[in-house]
Design a protein around this ligand. Structure first.
Ligand SMILES: [Zn+2]
Length: 287
């Protein structure tokens, strides 16, 4: 039933819809597709940040640093994917493919609105970015509906609830440069995504492991957590006793490539009893 799991040869002539018509009310599923795991320095085979979450009704792209437009076209995805984009912060490895994706959706004749959530202070700049890329609202065949992310606010979206939480990733940058660049947004927000049968957390970029505290006190099926700004031992100590079933590591330096067993060992030594997995480009994870 999952459109994305059809063989490529089957997709050529029959573009799969996001919402499978037959049995769509009886088969619950939720999946994450890993589009990028690099830590800010992309290399062959490792893309910048991007995870696509989707169920039978809607899809959410978490950050737009990976060449998502290539993946969507390569997989012959319906042009309605993604229905929404979550931009955690303005570092280029999280937003650089946003205008390219918008252009691709335009040239693929998308008509349905695109929801874009970004830190409230970044929305005006992102609109300007699209304008400077000549992606003017008057030209695009679909409207963009913008939402300013505010930490702590819960946003009901279909059957999902999105709760933003702020991280301290850009606090030192703001202290150093904020007064010189008053219009620049130094906010970074992860998100807790809840749906009727589960939940996951996207860490975005962290300043320290304790940034996760507001979203790991209640049961979490999967925590997608970055490893570029926290040490694994600090992360797993922070998660000790927290009801997190699995941690999928993303945004990690090359030194951890192929080190899944080692990372699980570090977690066990810290007392964390959940599963630890290392995400890789192209992985599909059932939620
Ligand atoms: Zn960052």
């Amino acid at each position: 039933m999952r459109a994305c799991r059809q063989r490529k040869s089957e997709r050529k002539n029959e573009r799969p819809a996001l919402i499978p018509e037959e049995g769509k009310d009886t088969i619950p599923w939720m999946e994450a597709v890993v589009l990028g795991t690099a830590d800010g320095l992309a290399r062959p085979g490792r893309n910048h940040a991007g995870i696509l979450l989707w169920d039978k009704n809607q899809s959410l792209l978490l950050d737009c640093g990976a060449p998502v437009e290539q993946w969507l076209v390569g997989e012959a995805m319906d042009v309605g994917v993604p229905s929404r984009i979550w931009l955690s912060h303005m570092h280029s490895d999280h937003v650089a493919h946003f205008p390219i994706l918008v252009q691709t959706l335009w040239l693929r004749h998308r008509k349905t609105p695109l929801e874009v959530s970004a830190p409230a202070g970044a929305v005006a700049g992102l609109k300007k970015l699209l304008e400077h890329c000549l992606l003017l609202p008057e030209i695009l065949p679909f409207p963009i509906h913008w939402t300013g992310i505010v930490p702590g606010r819960k946003d009901c979206w279909g059957e999902w609830e999105l709760t933003a939480f702020g991280t301290t990733h850009l606090c030192s940058g703001e202290a150093r440069f904020g007064k010189y660049f008053p219009t620049i947004c130094f906010c970074c927000c992860g998100v807790l995504v809840e749906w009727p049968s589960g939940s996951c957390v996207y860490s975005a970029d962290l300043g320290c492991a304790s940034d996760l505290r507001p979203v790991v006190s209640e049961p979490v099926r999967i925590l997608f957590c970055e490893l570029a700004h926290v040490e694994p031992a600090d992360l797993f100590r922070e998660l000790l006793g927290r009801p997190v079933e699995e941690v999928w590591l993303i945004h990690y330096p090359d030194q951890w490539v192929g080190q899944e067993e080692n990372l699980q060992k570090i977690a066990s030594e810290a007392g964390f009893t959940g599963k630890v997995r290392l995400a890789r480009e192209g992985m599909r994870i059932s939620l």
